[in-house]
Design a protein around this ligand. Structure first.
Ligand code: LLP
Length: 418
C-alpha cells in the first residue's frame, strides 16, 4: 500500500496520521488516497496512449460520486451494469459516448433509459436481450449502438465466484447462438453492431487466457466483417489482477496494455477496456478500532468494529487483505496468531483467519485493512442493522468527507411504519 506508511511508530495515510483521521471521522471508515488514485489513472492513460483506446472504468468496483468525478475528469469512461451505475456515471460528468452497459439481465426500463442517454454501446448478452432492445429501438425510431459480449468458453484461473469466461457461467452470448444472433440482427435495422466484447473474470494474473480470448474473438469478428458488418471496436473487458499479499505477483498495467493492444491492432479496431479493481483497489483502506481481545485455549480473537457487512471479500471469496496495526504500546512486541473478527452474528464474520499480528495489540488500537478500495464500500450492506460507513478522500495533509456515515433514520427511511 503505497500511501500508508510508518513514521515514528505511527501510521500515516498520505500526510495524515490514522489517529487523527479516526478521531475526526470515527471508525470504521473507508479512506481513499487522492494521490494514489490519480497515479493509477495516469498509469492507465499512459499505458494505452499509443493506441486508440476507450478506458471504461468498471463503476461497480468503487462507485462514490466524488471518486468517479476524479476518474472521469481525467478522460476515463465508464463500464456500467445497471441504470443506477449509468446515472452515477452521467451525474459524475462521464460523457455518454464513453459509457458501455454490460450485464446479463437488463430490464426494459434500463434499456430504454440507456437508449435515451445515447451511450457508446449496449453490450448484448443474450438473444432475448437483442430482441427486447430491437423492439425498443424500433419504437423509439433511434439508432442504437451495440456490441455482442461473447462467452468464449475460456477458463481463467481465479476464484470460482468471479470467473466469468466458461460456458458454465451465465455471461455473454454462447458460441452456438452466434449464427441465430446474426439472423436476428437483420430484423432490427435500428441496432447498429459496432463491436464485440468479452470479459473472462476478475483478479486474473496470467496473460494466456486473454490472449486466447483475443484470438477466438478476432476470428468471430473477421467473419462478421466479411458478412458486411461495420465493426469499430473490440472490448476486452477488465480483470487485471493485483497483488494483495507481499509476495503475490501480478502483471503490470504496461504488460497488460501490450497484450490487449496487440489483439486490437491486428484487427485495426479501436480498443475498449473495462478495468475496475486494478484502478482503485490500492487507493483505499478500511480503518477500524480494536474493541477487545478474547484469548481462549483454541484461539486468539481480535474483535474489531469493522465486520463482514463492511468488507465482504474475506468471507465471500476467502480473500486476503493485509492488516497493519497502529499500536498505543510502542514497546517491543512478539508475533501472535489471531482471527480478526467483527461484531456480526455469523461465524463467517471475519476479516482474517490465523493472521500474525503483534501480541501487544490492545483495545483502542487502530488497524488498517489494506487494498480495500475495490469491492469494499460498493459491496457493503446494512446486515445486522449496522450503518453504512463514511468514505473520506485524503489529499496530502487535507481530508474531505465524501460520504457521511449513514444515520439510523436513513437506514429505515423507506420502511413503512404502519
Ligand atoms: N467488466 C465486466 C463486464 C465485469 O463484470 C467486471 C467485474 C469488470 C469489467 C471489472 O473487473 P475488474 O477489472 O475489477 O476485475 N466482487 C468481486 C469482483 C467481481 C467482479 C465483477 N465484474 C471481488 O471483490 O473480488
Amino acid at each position: 500500500m503505497l500511501n500508508l506508511n510508518q513514521r515514528e511508530n505511527k501510521l500515516f495515510f498520505e500526510e495524515l496520521s490514522l489517529e487523527f483521521l479516526a478521531q475526526q471521522y470515527g471508525t470504521p471508515s473507508y479512506l481513499y488516497s487522492a494521490a494514489h488514485l490519480d497515479k493509477k489513472v495516469q498509469s492507465f492513460v499512459a499505458a494505452f496512449a499509443g493506441y486508440p483506446t476507450t478506458i471504461c472504468y468498471a463503476v461497480k468496483a468503487s462507485s462514490n460520486l466524488n471518486l468517479l468525478k476524479r476518474i472521469f475528469s481525467q478522460g476515463i469512461g465508464a463500464d456500467t451494469v445497471s441504470l443506477g451505475e449509468i446515472k452515477r456515471a452521467l451525474k459524475s460528468g462521464c460523457p455518454p459516448e464513453k459509457i458501455v452497459f454490460s450485464g446479463v439481465g437488463k430490464s426494459g426500463k434500463e434499456l430504454k433509459e440507456a437508449v435515451r442517454a445515447g451511450i457508446k454501446s449496449i453490450n448484448i448478452e443474450s438473444l432475448f436481450e437483442l430482441e427486447l432492445l430491437g423492439q425498443i429501438a424500433q419504437n423509439s425510431g433511434q439508432k442504437v449502438a451495440i456490441a455482442i459480449r461473447v462467452n468464449l468458453d475460456i477458463e481463467a484461473p481465479t476464484h470460482d465466484k468471479i470467473a466469468t469466461g466458461s460456458a458454465l457461467t451465465k455471461f455473454g452470448v454462447a458460441l452456438e447462438d452466434l449464427d441465430s444472433l446474426r439472423d436476428l440482427l437483420r430484423r432490427y435495422p435500428n441496432l447498429q453492431l459496432k463491436g464485440f466484447a468479452c470479459h473472462l473474470g476478475s483478479q486474473i494474473k496470467v496473460f494466456d487466457p486473454i490472449k486466447t480470448a483475443g484470438r477466438k474473438l478476432s476470428e468471430i469478428i473477421k467473419k462478421y466483417i466479411a458478412d458486411g458488418f461495420d465493426i469499430e471496436f473490440i472490448d476486452l473487458g477488465g480483470g487485471l489482477g493485483i497483488s494483495y499479499q507481499e509476495n503475490e505477483k501480478a502483471p503490470s498495467i504496461k504488460d497488460w496494455a501490450h497484450a490487449l493492444i496487440e489483439v486490437a491492432s491486428s484487427l485495426n479496431l479501436e480498443l475498449v477496456i473495462e478495468p475496475g479493481r486494478s484502478l482503485v483497489a490500492d487507493a483505499g483502506i478500511l480503518i477500524s478500532s480494536v474493541l477487545g481481545i478474547k484469548k481462549t485455549k483454541a484461539k486468539n480473537f481480535l474483535v474489531i468494529d469493522a465486520a463482514m457487512n463492511d468488507l465482504m471479500r474475506p468471507t465471500l471469496y476467502e480473500a486476503y487483505h493485509h492488516i497493519s496495526c497502529d499500536l498505543k504500546d510502542k514497546h517491543g512486541s512478539h508475533d501472535a496468531l489471531y482471527d480478526v473478527v467483527g461484531p456480526v452474528c455469523e461465524t463467517g464474520d471475519y476479516i482474517a483467519i490465523d493472521r500474525i499480528l503483534p501480541d501487544n495489540i490492545q483495545a483502542g488500537d487502530l488497524v488498517a485493512i489494506h487494498t480495500a478500495g475495490a469491492y469494499g464500500a460498493s459491496m457493503a450492506s446494512n446486515y445486522n442493522s449496522r450503518l453504512l460507513l463514511p468514505e473520506i478522500l485524503v489529499d496530502g495533509d487535507q481530508s474531505q468527507l465524501i460520504r457521511a456515515r449513514q444515520t439510523y433514520e436513513h437506514m429505515w427511511a423507506n420502511e413503512i411504519d404502519l
